[in-house]
Design a binder for this molecule. Structure first.
Ligand code: PLP
Length: 386
């Protein structure tokens, strides 16, 4: 069966050119980047080239980026690092209710360590209010962490405006840009971002590698103690092949971004219009325009997200209900609940995320199959009255 993959927000396949770039760094150039002989120098050179490629994609200087094991580590390092290093200035952190668990769980941990955290609400479209943010700031606020784009509903936050507010108040601004990097432009200068998290596997790079931007002059405490790698900012032998793949993925994303964003946005909007027209009592979750080019998240009344996903899978279609990290849990999505959706609609959501290989023909098949599934499942639903 030829499968249709529509879960690019969960992960992406490694780009063939990325794989090609990585391959020699497994066994040909296998040196430890900290050694000073030939093999080590070759590894070090490749790591530094990748650093330039990553920095360029986000408008940073190469000295301002460190490699991590992915988005989760970057978020943990940014939040804990900024909180502990600035404890003498205050103990208040502001974030939002719709952050990824990598941020939310880190905030819960920091609360146990004596920090106070404000979780800002979002409006019905999923957007954080700037007035609410301003009101939440106190003289003890040391960090604002608001994601650039949400992983479940794809909604984009006004990060440039948030960065401006943070800068005026001399508060550090971290953004989790794991979902946005590679699909829309990021400029850490223009956006006044101090700390930014990225993950390679969301932009056609390998899993288990990512990056953290730390603005020059911003002090964050260490996350892992050990060797002196990454300029003494992240201990541990470098994942050279992963870093090379990440750098290459950044370079490819930067080259194709504009054209690809336009192509995917067009496919997305046509797909959304088709769903809303073909399926009665369906709701698009999140702002219709201020969202990632590839994100379609809908709630279908009277049926469970999980049953739709299983039925789609039987038809060879891969989609997700809520985020990949939370599916399997019976709790409704914290993001959809924050939008004010009922328990029932929060449970009845499906996320389709488009990507590099997605075609109009594939989406036409998905539209057809998905509407048949909805009719079938609604017939079985005790809640549905025909
Ligand atoms: N932040 C966001 C917004 C994400 O979507 C994800 C992954 O789904 C992460 C953080 C965690 O990234 P990683 O899988 O690289 O740990």
């Amino acid at each position: 069966m030829k499968r249709i993959y529509l879960d690019y927000a969960a992960t992406t396949p490694v780009h063939p050119d990325v794989l090609k770039a990585m391959t020699p760094y497994f066994s040909e150039y296998f040196g430890n980047a900290s050694t000073i002989y030939y093999y080590g120098r070759e590894s070090k050179k490749a790591v530094e080239e990748a650093r330039e490629q990553f920095a360029k994609l986000i408008g940073a200087d190469h000295s301002e980026v460190i490699f991590t094991s992915g988005g989760t580590e970057s978020d943990n390092h940014a939040l804990k690092g900024a909180a502990f290093a600035n404890r003498h200035k205050g103990n208040h952190i502001i974030t939002s209710k719709i952050e990824h668990h990598a941020v939310l769980e880190t905030c819960h941990y920091l609360e146990k360590e004596g920090f106070k955290v404000t979780y800002l609400p979002v409006d019905a479209d999923g957007i954080v209010g700037l007035e609410e943010l301003k009101k939440a700031i106190t003289e003890k606020t040391i960090l604002i962490s608001i994601m650039a784009a949400n992983n479940e509903i794809g909604v984009l936050q006004p990060i440039e405006e948030i960065g401006k507010i943070a800068r005026e108040k001399k508060i550090l601004f971290h953004t989790d840009a794991v979902q946005m990097t590679g699909s829309l432009p990021i400029d850490v200068e223009r956006m006044n971002i101090d700390l930014l998290s990225v993950s390679a596997h969301k932009l056609y790079g390998p899993k288990g590698i990512g990056g953290l931007f730390v603005r020059k002059g911003v002090k964050i405490s260490k996350y892992a103690h050990g060797g002196e790698q990454e300029n003494r900012r992240r201990a541990g032998t470098e994942n050279v092949s992963g870093i090379v793949g990440f750098g290459k993925a950044c370079q490819i994303a930067g080259k194709n971004m504009e054209k690809e964003a336009r192509r995917i946005t067009e496919l997305r909007d046509k797909f959304i219009a088709g769903l809303l027209k073909k399926i009665p009592e369906i709701k698009l979750n999140g702002h219709p325009e201020k969202r990632l080019p590839n994100n379609v998240n809908v709630s279908v009344k009277y049926i469970e997200g999980e049953s739709m996903i299983l039925n789609l899978d039987m038809e060879g279609i891969c989609a997700s209900s809520g985020s990949a990290c939370t599916s399997g849990s019976l709790e409704p999505s914290h993001v959809l609940r924050a939008l004010g959706l009922s328990h029932e609609l929060s449970h009845g959501s499906v996320r389709f995320t488009l990507g590099r290989s997605t075609t109009a023909a594939e989406l036409a098949v998905v539209l057809e199959k998905f509407s048949e599934i909805v009719v079938r499942l609604r017939k079985l639903s005790p809640l549905y009255k025909q």
